[in-house]
Design a protein. Structure first.
Length: 77
């Protein structure tokens, strides 16, 4: 991995997944000797993230849609 000319570093997907970091997560850099740690400052649990997304979408449908019609659409019927 290399730091690009603008100073950006792109973390591998495996590092993001293992650390719980996601796009939009605020982080701070902690320098300890010659080591730099990336510490999340606003990490949100997956269940909280899901609940927030569902709450944001609740009541937004513009037409009555049944479970059967959704299943038909996802199956390509």
């Amino acid at each position: 991995m290399r730091i690009d000319p603008t100073g950006d570093v792109h973390l591998p997907e495996s590092v993001l997944a293992a650390s719980g970091l996601r796009p939009g997560t605020d982080v701070e850099f902690v320098v300890e000797g010659n080591t730099v740690r990336i510490v999340p400052t606003n990490i949100v649990s997956e269940s909280r993230r899901s609940a927030t997304a569902i709450q944001a979408l609740r009541g937004r449908a513009t037409a009555a849609v049944t479970t059967d019609s959704i299943m038909a659409l996802t199956r390509g019927e």
